[in-house]
Design a protein around this ligand. Structure first.
Ligand code: SAM
Length: 458
């Protein structure tokens, strides 16, 4: 509490009145830690899920169906289950925004300010691989982290873009069923979690954030279809960045109706500060024009026309998959996309905003599920593919328990012994869940875990 700027305390006192003392006392109390189980990999009631809940001593978070509290000493970020994408570590209050957004399988959803990916991975979990999520982040380094988290959680129906809100809104007017704007903010709600952040706080910084939020929100709103749902959220307490932004926005754009506002307070619950507003778009904001025809994702091929490079590449993948991943099926409603030597399966559906044409000129870090790369005409499967498949899909697996020396060695990037006759691509699995590829030959399982994902422990 001693690190809190006095002008911040005055601000909070004006907001909270008699509750100020209880609020300030919360800074003296330990904070709650949370994680979300990944429904793309774990099902409620399954053995692995129950073991994980028992192993980490997890307790349900009431406002998030997949959310759990854990004790700080557990350090789940250092466990191989984290590398296998079984959960995402996320501040408990932050889980409220995607719950309120309530995305459904098959929808088109945009997360406009998505890094590092807490809410985007939560949205993708709720969509269960059906429909399309565009997870966008303007800052290049943060967009890479977002992309890594989308990969780790085995998400196949998501495009990661690195664009400005304006670039996207020009490209995708009224295209999405749901849009989340988890806006950059002054972060007051995170001062207990990150005391250094309090040092950056000033009334001027709050004003600057509010200006930026007012600038971004209309772009988020412009991309929502009539009838769609927009959630605006921040991790700050200041009304200037929350209720006042929303009230001003609704007064300027009356086609939006405010459905609900939620506040999460550290002195009233087990979590940090968060704000979320749910808005419904009741009518179009576009000027009256003849309705645009949905963009075709690809031209229908005339009989006899030459196969494209994509056709050849996906055929190579199918031959690879028949042998290595006989149980795997490419997600329906997708199309192959070659990005240099890299082959992706891009999620597409009727009226999709994503096609190689509609994305051209935008910076796309991950145009869907990365299937693999062509290296000197050989096909090598991508790590993202290992994370998106189930162990049962693979012809060859090497399974070890989470606390085994083999898993520790694999995670460090070491080669493991292979039985005589073991040959080709296989999945190393931890308690039955894929951790990465190996390639077996000459009595060895050569480690194919990407270098950047290896554990640094000796
Ligand atoms: N939704 C994320 C999650 O759950 O992990 C957290 C997002 S964070 C609160 C806000 C994000 O907005 C940051 O990643 C930041 O880089 C990005 N941002 C900053 N300035 C922006 C701008 N002008 N337009 C869009 N996004 C911006």
């Amino acid at each position: 509490m001693s690190t809190l700027p006095p002008s911040y305390i005055s601000c909070i006192s004006r907001l909270l009145g008699n509750d100020t003392a209880a609020f300030l006392r919360s800074y003296e109390q330990p904070r709650a830690f949370g994680l979300r189980l990944n429904p793309l990999k774990l099902r409620a009631g399954d053995r692995v899920t129950e073991n994980l809940i028992g192993l980490f001593g997890l307790k349900p978070i009431p406002w998030c169906s997949d959310g759990y509290f854990y004790e700080e000493s557990i350090r789940p970020g250092r466990h191989p289950f984290h590398a296998a994408g079984l959960y995402y570590i996320q501040e408990p209050s932050a889980m409220i925004a995607a719950e309120l957004l309530d995305p459904q399988p098959g929808e088109l959803v945009l997360d406009l300010a998505a890094a590092p990916g807490g809410k985007a991975t939560q949205i993708a979990g709720k969509m269960n691989g059906e429909g399309l999520l565009i997870a966008n982040e303007i800052h290049p380094a943060r967009a890479k982290i977002l992309s890594g988290n989308v990969e780790r959680l085995g998400i196949s129906n998501t495009l990661v873009t690195q664009s400005s809100p304006q670039q996207l809104s020009e490209r995708f007017p009224e295209r999405f069923d749901r849009v989340l704007l988890d806006a950059p903010c002054s972060g007051e709600g995170m001062f207990r979690k990150d005391p250094d952040a309090a040092k950056q706080w000033s009334p001027e910084a709050v004003d600057a954030c509010a200006v930026r939020q007012r600038d971004i929100l209309p772009h988020a709103a412009a991309m929502l279809k009539p009838g769609g749902t927009l959630v605006y959220s921040t991790c700050t307490f200041n009304t200037l960045e929350n209720e006042e932004i929303i009230a001003d926005f609704v007064s300027r754009q009356p086609e939006f109706r405010l459905i609900r506002e939620e506040r999460m307070w550290p002195h009233l619950g087990q979590g940090e500060g968060h704000y979320a507003a749910v808005l419904r778009k009741e009518a179009s904001s576009l000027p009256d024009e003849p309705e645009a025809k949905p963009t075709r994702t690809s031209k229908p091929r005339k009989n006899g026309s030459l196969p494209t490079l994509e056709d050849a590449a996906i055929q190579t993948f199918r031959t690879f998959a028949e042998e290595v991943l006989p149980g795997f099926r490419l997600p329906p409603n997708g199309s192959p996309l070659l990005f240099g030597d890299a082959l992706y399966w891009m999620p597409v559906s009727p009226n999709t905003p994503a096609s190689s044409k509609s994305l051209s000129g935008l910076r796309v870090l991950r145009p869907g599920l990365h299937l693999g790369d062509f290296r000197k005409s050989r096909f090598e499967p991508a790590h993202a593919l290992a994370m998106a498949v189930a162990a049962e899909d693979a012809a060859l697996t090497s399974d070890y328990s989470a606390d085994s020396p083999e898993i520790a060695a694999y995670w460090r990037g070491e080669t493991l012994p292979a039985s005589p006759g073991m040959k080709g691509w296989g999945l190393t699995t931890v308690d039955g869940l894929p951790l990465g590829w190996f390639k077996a030959s000459d009595g060895q399982q050569k480690n194919r875990l990407p270098k950047g994902l290896r554990s640094l422990s000796p």
